[in-house]
Write a protein that binds this ligand. Sequence first.
Ligand code: CA
Length: 225
Amino acid sequence: MRILIVEDEMKVVDFLKMGLGEAGYDVEAAFDGQMGYKLAANSHFDLIILDVILPVMNGFEVCRKIREKNVDVPVLMLTALGTTEDKLDGFNAGADDYLVKPFEFAELIARIKALSKRSSAGFMAGSFLKVADLELDMHKKVAQRGKTTIELTAKEYALLEYLMRNKGRVVSRSEIAEKVWEISFDTGTNIVDVYINLLRKKIDKNFEQKLIQTRIGLGYSIDSD
Ligand code: CA
């Protein structure tokens, strides 16, 4: 498994290279955002560990550009910034997970395993999920409603896939946060609602039949009635 580290602090790079190397990963490093983006765009990696504050181009920008190029690699953001807003910026840029420095190495390894399992599970399943005229292609990671193709960010996709796998069942915000983000969010954060709204704009807004249902006090479900 090949991992790209984009990080400008040599101490952190050395620490990660050594630890991940010992854990059996094949590691390459880039020391600024532009170099990181070039490597990610031109060569295959199974995972990218991306710092936020970087020379030349910051991590959010690198992540956004990688997603614009349609490179579907799991991105783990690594940063000293740790507020909910920073997390949202990262997720909006297309990051899959977020780890705040300083972190335990065991925690990093656990996140890497969870991310790689999730991406290979999605790939292996290689099928479609369907609710009414909404179809989710788990190979291409795009949604289609009727004849309209709907592009999704990595997180929007993960959220929609989770709802569709649980078709007809009401899932709570904390369950979504835990299963889709693999983080227990502080109560009071609205990240799940923010993403539900983003999804609604894409899959429901322009269609007569609304599929995402809000169950006040309980959570959300996706259903055809
Ligand atoms: Ca940095």
